[in-house]
Design a protein around this ligand. Structure first.
Ligand code: FUC
Length: 787
């Protein structure tokens, strides 16, 4: 082992063992509709025909604006979103007086009267109103290209290295290029159309908006604007402050002529055309909707006006690549394929295609950058992309797995700042969650149940049999802690993380009660629920795992910050009394206090395995529980919806079983409806179905978890960085650069014939120690820091 002054370098030289079969060539000959070759950039999704459906279109986004690009030949549809366009208005959803019924609900549960408990809770304990509000589509930008239905040599692609969607084709002897991207630095979506011959670009531009009463205007000859308001009543109940929204676009031509009326702009015979689009709402924060989008949009457009196409493009690419290029991955096999992405996906179940896994890994990173940037909203159930005014599950934030899964890849895949929107939302959830803690539980601190929306609803929604689940806030706190663990940023811990974590823990200090049904003196969570399984209960395993994790993290944080000694003692004492994990009659990890799991239950939720991943209650060091948890996962099976496969993938990685993890990944990387799992749509969006983005993020996190794990520590508190803990035999050769481990380390490593050949740890913090684990061997290493 060699340590140099600027980086810590560990070179592992191992004998080359008997050969493991090398990944097969992925390109399979099929009848082609066109002979257009793959784009040069290997990290591309690409197709030989326009998108017919939304899940074939290609997503772009800058964290605030998102769009789906269809690439139609004579009609381009750019369906766009803005992350704050939601139905509803500022509102406190908590149920005043609910806490008066808490004792009775608990008593029913202790007396075995679940139905009575659920009925009483339904009447007296739920969110007001019972449902939260939905995320909305904004509008479509349509661009007409008269005569281009005759296009030949057609290709559309999404270049993940530059975050640019591009459509290229020929009409006669003229070659056309359309490029479109969502720029974070300039806050706009930009499209440019060019041709290889002069004066050949003619097109028409128009808006379509799905919301009734929207007004279209033309502020100048080269501009179009759209303005509207969200519904002013819901279910017959009036709202006083629904959101206002505006979108604006400006068309720039080089050569040619431009004419317009209120709803169209027509360009004839230009050399190139550029369209700049932006959108905004009156949303300022969850209690303030006094913004004026009619002013915001022109301001953004004016600022972008000063820049040329190439300046806008260069600023976008530079900004994006600062994030995206931090990680490079090679799992063997070629990322580039001569097959278009939709065809490649169809072949995937029949081939071993590590290049596709690499593409999907990087696509998840791309999607996170596109849907979650500092200053914006967190990625919702569909990221930032939504076509429907009635989206599935309102396209909001579901916190009993989905929202957290969106952020699983953030730290390990080196996009820590993409978690900031989640942390901003949590600051607001603390405010609304205090009302819910007080009104529902007569407790201090803050609580979040299984959903929130733009208005930061925190009360239990939908139905008492699954909505009363108190662990949403505590689970989100794990992300604050992770951000601290991966960055080592003490100021972040002190200023942002600890106050929120501490108040979440305070809630549970007041909420946990001693189980009166036996004399074990265990503290339990009740009323509670193991998400979507078994109804309202006292003491689901998942709650206890999450609360233990929160308490542990608050205890450690308070030590690091040298504060709150008394609270620390209290949490330490209580943590030891929280009902422990238990092994049941089938050798399974019990989902509840009672040993009542059904071995043939194949439900997608695997909540009681939280303690394996994302938690660390149960690890390979706690053998009995580890085996029981694995047994539970075997009972649940290998097939499921996208997010469930994302979870199972991470679980199998934590079970150190690379081949099983790869099998699950294979179920995810198959065409929707055709494989053993729910699969992916042609644009590689997770097909829950319908589209739900968590499966994409779960896949990215899971692939990383197969390559590196860092959740364990030695007795001195050093992180154990486990290299290649779950490498499948299908990826015998490969390399990765830029994955992160707790402690602030960045990893660079390569492997051959299934064995690690070299590893480098880069560390921004000099003098930090880590334990490097590979196979059964462990070495202590110290960083000299990075220059
Ligand atoms: C829960 C899950 C569904 C879906 C929804 C958003 O109801 O069981 O699969 O993810 O949340």
């Amino acid at each position: 082992m060699k340590i140099n002054s600027s980086i810590l370098t560990v070179v592992v030289l191992l004998p080359v063992f008997a050969s493991i079969s090398v990944a097969q060539e992925t390109n399979v000959a099929v009848a082609e509709v066109s002979t257009v070759p793959a784009p040069d950039e290997p990290l591309s999704l690409w197709y030989r025909q326009p998108a017919k459906q939304w899940v074939e279109a290609l997503p772009i986004g800058n964290g605030r604006l998102g769009a789906m690009v269809f690439g139609g030949k004579n009609e381009e549809r750019i369906q766009f979103n803005e992350s704050t366009l939601w139905v509803g208005e500022p509102h406190d959803y908590s149920h005043e007086g609910a806490a008066n019924h808490l004792g009775a609900i608990r008593k029913y549960l202790f007396d075995g009267k679940q139905k009575e408990a659920e009925q009483l809770a339904m009447k007296e304990f739920m969110s007001v109103p019972l449902r939260q509000r939905s995320y909305q589509p904004f509008a479509d930008l349509w661009v007409d290209f008269p005569g281009h239905d005759r296009a030949t040599d057609y290709r559309r692609e999404l270049n993940l290295n530059e975050a640019i969607a591009r459509t290229t084709y020929k009409v006669g002897d003229v070659s056309y290029v359309r490029e479109i991207f969502a720029s974070a630095p300039d806050n706009v979506i930009v499209m440019r159309v060019s041709a290889d011959k002069p004066r050949k670009v003619s097109l028409g531009v128009r808006f379509y908006c799905p919301h009734p009463g929207t007004k279209l205007t033309s502020p100048s000859r080269s501009e179009l604007a759209l303005s509207g308001r969200m519904p002013d009543s819901i279910d017959g109940k009036p709202l006083t402050n629904p959101l206002k929204f505006n979108a604006g676009l400006q068309v720039y031509i080089n050569g040619g002529a431009l004419e317009s009326d209120e709803s169209h702009i027509k360009v004839t015979d230009a050399n190139t055309v550029m369209v700049i689009l932006t959108a905004a709402t009156s949303f300022k924060d969850f209690r303030d909707v006094s913004g004026d989008p009619a002013k915001t949009c022109p301001k953004i457009l004016r600022a972008a006006k000063a820049k040329s196409w190439s300046d806008l493009r260069a600023a976008h690419v530079e900004d994006y690549q600062k994030l995206f290029r931090r990680v490079s991955l090679d799992l063997g096999g070629s990322i580039k394929s001569s097959l278009p992405t939709d065809e490649r996906l169809k072949q995937a179940p029949k081939t071993n295609d590590p290049g596709l896994a690499t593409l999907v890994f990087q696509y998840g990173r791309y999607l996170l950058i596109a849907s979650s940037r500092p200053g914006g909203q967190p990625a919702n159930l569909q990221g930032i992309w939504n076509e429907s005014v009635k989206p599935p599950w309102d396209s909001k934030y579901t916190c009993n797995i989905n929202t957290e899964m969106n952020y699983w890849p953030a730290e390990v895949a080196n996009l820590g700042e993409c978690q900031m929107p989640l942390f901003d939302a949590m600051d607001e959830l603390v405010i609304s969650g205090r009302e819910t803690a007080k009104n529902h539980y007569n407790a201090r601190g803050w609580v979040l149940h299984h959903n929130f929306d733009l208005w930061r609803g925190t009360a239990p929604i939908n139905n008492s049999n699954h909505g009363i689940w108190v662990s949403g806030g505590a689970w989100l706190c794990q992300h604050l802690w992770w951000h601290y663990q991966y960055s080592g940023d003490r100021q972040f811990l002190k200023r942002r993380a600890y106050p929120v974590m501490k108040e979440a823990a305070l809630f549970f200090v007041d909420f946990l009660i001693e189980d009166p049904r036996n004399d074990k003196h265990w503290l339990i969570s009740t009323p509670g629920n193991s998400p979507e399984q078994g109804g309202l209960v006292a003491g689901p395993t998942m709650d206890h795992q999450i609360i233990r994790d929160l308490f542990s993290n608050v205890i450690e944080a308070s030590k690091i910050l040298d504060t709150d000694e008394e609270l620390r003692a209290k949490l330490t004492e209580m943590r030891g009394r929280i009902a422990p994990n238990q092994i049941g009659q089938h050798g399974q990890l019990q989902e509840w206090l009672e040993d009542k799991d059904e071995p043939d239950n194949k439900h997608r939720h695997v909540s009681h395995l939280w303690g394996v991943y994302p938690g660390q209650d149960i690890t390979w060091q706690t053998t009995n529980f580890f085996n029981a948890a694995r047994q539970s996962l075997i009972f649940r099976g290998d097939e499921a919806t996208g997010w469930s496969m994302g979870w199972k993938l991470n679980l199998w990685a934590r079970f150190l079983d690379g081949d099983h993890a790869h099998l699950i990944l294979g179920n995810l990387l198959s065409p929707s409806g055709q494989g053993k799992g729910s699969g992916l749509y042609p644009n590689l969006f997770d097909a829950h179905p319908p589209f739900q983005i968590d499966g994409n993020f779960g896949a990215t996190a899971g692939i990383a978890e197969m390559l590196v794990q860092s959740h364990l520590r030695d007795e001195k508190g050093n992180y154990v960085i486990h290299l290649l803990p779950a490498l499948p035999s299908a990826w015998p050769n490969g390399s990765v650069r830029g994955l992160r481990a707790r402690g602030g380390f960045e990893i660079e490593m390569s492997w051959k014939d299934g064995k690690l050949t070299a590893a480098k740890l880069r560390n921004a913090v000099p003098g930090r120690k880590a334990i490097l684990r590979y196979g059964e061997s462990e070495n202590e290493v110290t960083s000299a820091g990075m220059k």
